[in-house]
Design a protein around this ligand. Sequence first.
Ligand SMILES: Cc1ncc(COP(=O)(O)O)c(C=O)c1O
Length: 376
Amino acid sequence: MKIETKCIHSGSVANSITGGINTPIDPSSAFEYLDREETVYPRYFNTLNQKVLVRKISELEGAEDGLVFSSGMAAVSSVLLTFLKSGDHAVLQDEIYGGSHAFVDMFFDRLGISYTFVGNKPEAVEAAIRPETRLVFVESPTNPLLSIMDIAAVARVAREKGCISVADNTFASPILQNPIELGIDIVVHSGTKYLGGHSDLSCGAAVTTAELTSRIRKTALNFGGNLNPLTCYLLERSLKTLAVRVRQQTANAFRIAKFLKNTPRFEKIFYPGLPDHPGHSIAREQMRGFGAMLSFEWFDPDRPVDHFMKKLKLIKPAVSLGGVESMICDPARTSHSKISAQLRAKQGISDNLLRLSVGIEDVDDLMEDIRQASEG
Ligand SMILES: Cc1ncc(COP(=O)(O)O)c(C=O)c1O
């Protein structure tokens, strides 16, 4: 099956009682257990709606199995703490999502896990690996600077050194990139973003082999970040339109990136689809489209970023991404406020950096909105 068909059909089950063609929502949190093969319980990640969703996301990512969580951070933290224990070492890309970075900063020292943050090159990952390194964690494109990591090269290095490799595929979505096909062991998502796509739910996913899934499940059921049946159903429904949404968003973003390049008051446009982006050629190889996220610096000595954001009529200043509606935020005050100002400066996240999540509105309307707000 092609990916568009998988979005619609993978995993979904018809209602055998009524003949309804959609997966029924099973709200039970208590299940009969006598003479059953498995004890079903929401926190064991094995209810009908969780399983249906996992099947769909696994097939979209080319994974065998996985778990769906109540947030992206529940997925990230459960994966990290499954494979790392006191005495181990991890190598992580320093441009990973601010929340993932903050989680490492907050917990690894106290758990006795050592770690090294590295730049966006596989050689840097390789150089940081030590005999006690157990896990490598990357993200591509990164939030918010859209840096590109060569995923296949990282996966190769990790495998050669006997480390588990994890890739956060939130920004690309499975429509544009499949890290498992590039050799990565585990893919994590904030499903709150493109998978959900309507800015109305919070969830996460981790998909991988059956064996690694059963190891993650053993940890995760103690943390308790399981997803409820109603949200499972909403996400299953959203995934049916994932391919058409992401394709339209990507086409719009490409036009907007080129438009911003030629519009006064916008500087340093970060978009992997632009030929002068440092990760352009790797993105071209490992992605099936350059995505719908871009960032840029607002440059007007007389007017702060808020002035521009408040003048926008369509694009919403809001803290999330991946929805059908275009959204903008300044990462220094939002997604990356939990990391230090020094680290932001080191990474290149300036106070006038704006991150735009492009929606599926008419692209001319979006460009007109940006034009009028920048001149207003
Ligand atoms: C790339 C990436 N990974 C993980 C997360 C965390 O996801 P959630 O907010 O659903 O916990 C986010 C949230 O913005 C993200 O952008």
